[in-house]
Design a binder for this molecule. Structure first.
Ligand code: PLP
Length: 358
């Protein structure tokens, strides 16, 4: 049983079918094909306005290229200190920004607040020796499984406007956040001031398909050149866009995300009931972050269940991990099995410490 991430599974049958259909025959290369045109038009519908879309193969490429279009080499990009862009991309954003820097701020649950960002920005010197802030990047879902509400996004968007920053959203788990909030893609992005989005497909059913969606037209101006220089203009481009065609058809992406979030809720509720277990952060999408007794951690591992330990950096104030406890991350995907969730809960239950007698 594997709860390590939502990219440990393959692609969904529906995406593979779309891919297989797109495979037949000859079509223009480098995105000049009809499928790519159709899918770009579909993105306009999804976001209820005209957007520029660039297809890439990884989330790292989406983030690095999106940020490179928003931040000049002398600029600063503000993000959370645990953000994927700063912690898990081997410096790709800085590499593609050609010298620009990421500034990591603290925040509970890997979330930034408008107040925190505003205070940080106001504290920066305007002197030429300091890099000027040019962008804000947030992750929706955050690295601790939390979701920004549209009001929180709006407040961050307002801070960006006030300080002249572009607003980037890393939406590797965009669909999981969307169904959790029950809002529209527009309400979760440009309507709150988001300028550029890394739209994830891979974790929620695609084989390898991510898109950079641009709402602020000037950020799209050179993105195709930047993508080409990064080796991200796929010659058989229809095989990337076809994945999105399958992904969007019949609201497949919503169904996948709802399924993953439902299983996460089942797991979260089951674990929270057990003595000795508490959640580090609320379960709001498809990831669960329980703090469990070391004996339970051992039992789960001995049963062959795979998952990652997680960092304590962004715990709520007053929360600590005891010497006999471990903070772990369990991730659910469109392909997770409910019976595996129930099995995990059974093992955790039998390894839970007995409650003290009344
Ligand atoms: C928040 C976040 N952003 C981006 C990514 C995409 O990374 P990759 O380059 O592995 O596709 C991930 C994947 O783990 C992620 O969790």
């Amino acid at each position: 049983m594997n709860f390590a991430s939502d990219n440990i599974v393959g692609a969904s049958a529906q995406v593979l079918q779309a891919l297989s259909q797109a495979n037949a025959g000859a079509m223009p290369a480098y995105g000049g094909d009809e499928i790519t045109k159709r899918v770009k038009a579909r993105f306009n519908e999804v976001f209820e306005r005209e957007v520029s879309v660039f297809f890439v193969t990884t989330g790292t490429a989406a983030n690095a290229l999106a940020l490179s279009s928003a931040v000049p080499p002398y600029g600063l990009c503000v993000c959370h200190r645990e953000a994927h862009v700063i912690d898990d991309e081997c410096g790709a954003p800085e590499f593609f920004m050609h010298g620009a820097k990421l500034a990591g701020l603290p925040g509970v649950g890997a979330k930034l607040t408008a107040e925190g960002v505003s205070t940080y920005l106001k504290g920066l010197s305007r002197a030429v020796k300091q890099m000027p802030p040019k962008a804000l990047s947030i992750s929706q879902v955050t690295e601790c499984g939390l979701v920004y509400h549209p009001d929180e996004l709006k407040a961050l968007g307002d801070v960006c406007r006030e300080h002249g920053l572009s607003f980037h959203m890393d939406g590797a788990r965009f669909a999981n956040a969307l169904v959790s909030l029950g809002c529209t893609p527009a309400e979760m992005t440009w309507k709150q001031g988001v300028d550029i989005l890394s739209f994830g497909g891979t974790k929620n059913g695609c084989l390898m398909a991510e898109a950079i969606v641009v709402f602020k037209p000037e950020l799209a101006e050179a993105l195709d050149y930047r993508a080409k220089r990064a080796g991200q203009i796929v010659s058989k481009g229809r095989l990337i866009s076809a994945q999105f065609e399958g992904y969007f058809a019949d609201d497949h992406w919503y169904a996948n995300a709802r399924y993953a979030n439902r299983l996460a809720r089942l797991l979260s509720d089951g674990l929270s009931e057990l003595p000795g277990v508490r959640l580090a952060w609320a379960t709001q999408a498809n990831e669960v972050f329980p703090i469990i007794p070391a004996s339970m951690d051992k039992a789960l591992k001995e049963a062959g269940i795979l998952y990652h330990p997680w960092t304590e950096l962004s715990l709520p104030a007053g929360e600590t991990i005891g010497p006999d406890e471990t903070l772990i991350r369990l991730v659910l995907s469109f392909a997770s099995q409910e019976q595996d969730v129930r099995k995990l809960l059974e093992i955790a239950r039998s390894a839970a410490p007995r409650q003290a007698a009344e």
